[in-house]
Design a protein around this ligand. Sequence first.
Ligand code: HEM
Length: 425
Amino acid sequence: MQTRLRLLGWMARRFGGSKPRAMNLEGTLAMLPDSSLFPLYRDGLDPVPQLTEKPPVSRLPLPLGIRAWLVTGHEQVRAVLGDGGAFSNDFGKFAAKVGLTAGEQPGGLGMTDPPMHTRLRRMVMPEFTMHRLARLRPRIEAIVDDRLDAMAATGGPVDLWQEFALPVPALTICELLGVPYEDRDLVQKFSAARFDLGDGAYAPLDAINESRAYLRDLVADQRRRPGDGLIGSLIAAHGDELSDQELAGLADGVLTGGLETSASMLALGALVLMTQPGLAAPLRAGEPADALVEELLRYLTVVQVGFPRFAVRDLELDGASIKEGDIVMCSLIGADRDGVLGPGMDVIDAGRATSRSHLAFGHGLHRCVGAELARMELRIAYPALVRRFPEMRPALDPASLPMRRASIVFGLEALPVALVGPATH
Ligand code: HEM
């Protein structure tokens, strides 16, 4: 039971923004047997056969007799994510059932149902419209150029994860939230520390706590002097309805939801562009990156599973009899590699007609609020990277690069690259 609570709690924190718990993800997932974890495994960049060979809806074995289902078929995943009436995200509804106290309910966007979800989402959405996001474009371009300059100044080799993939989304989210310039080094520091296991498994947890404490201070500060980002806008429009704690929670949900996901897409996408040079050539020639970005989102689908859903009543899904209260896990990577989308889904084809039907940002009520921002980052960053360093290549055999194992957000732990080709260096 504790295992399930910790796993669900972590997922809630990732997008919802709530108080810290006693265990980090590595500790939590290490407690689950392999037979439960295979939806989070990859074979290189591909899902493991154990996942792709499953029928579209199957039982997911979890310890302690917890009833859970794994949905891997594209149509079936779309059906679950799109049916907020039959599947609930509200962990609170199940709190008593699983022995949680009210104070432990994670809350936030990702693990709430309407009307609470509708209320919170309506508050943050205005900052994510194309009109509001347009103000970020020149800032993202400047952030990307700065990072490329910093990489070039080293002469290489560099760790692309630390020097590019992580700081670009961290600084973009600073812009979005309205973090003052003088604090950005600090935000970058704890953003990097979230992924740094070098100081022991608890270092990332400390960094998460540090970032929450910082955001609470920032909210209190902006109550007095509202800034021009998401936090300032929320205070201006809803300052009376939201406590500092709720505001900091929303900001933290945006930071956690937008950081690891975009960073992983940047690093893995860069790896693909280095190892499949035919994909980078059109970007270097100035062709728009939009179609390739969609196909990379589909192919990599870094958020491997969506938030857990709970069946609100007994129902049938693709012949499976799901009972009220059962957990339903949707494999987004399974759905995005499903052959119903066309042939050869394990190959990157930017001309594929079905690329945009991917579920990498989810679907339905909880579809990613940051999708357009993430697209903007990727569309700016990939072309800039391959143009600045046309000869860039992995400094290690790609097969031996350190990948995160059994992680809900799939990704690399480091990406050492040489910036110039062997012939010129
Ligand atoms: C490539 C980058 C990204 C990917 C692949 C991604 C993926 C996802 C997915 C799959 C979901 C829905 C999960 C579900 O329904 O079970 C989601 C929700 C969410 N994402 Fe993203 N995301 C990305 C970037 C961002 C960014 C940049 C932000 C904010 C700055 C963000 C904030 C959120 C939030 C707050 C939610 C919860 C929405 C809700 O429950 O209504 N994400 N994301």
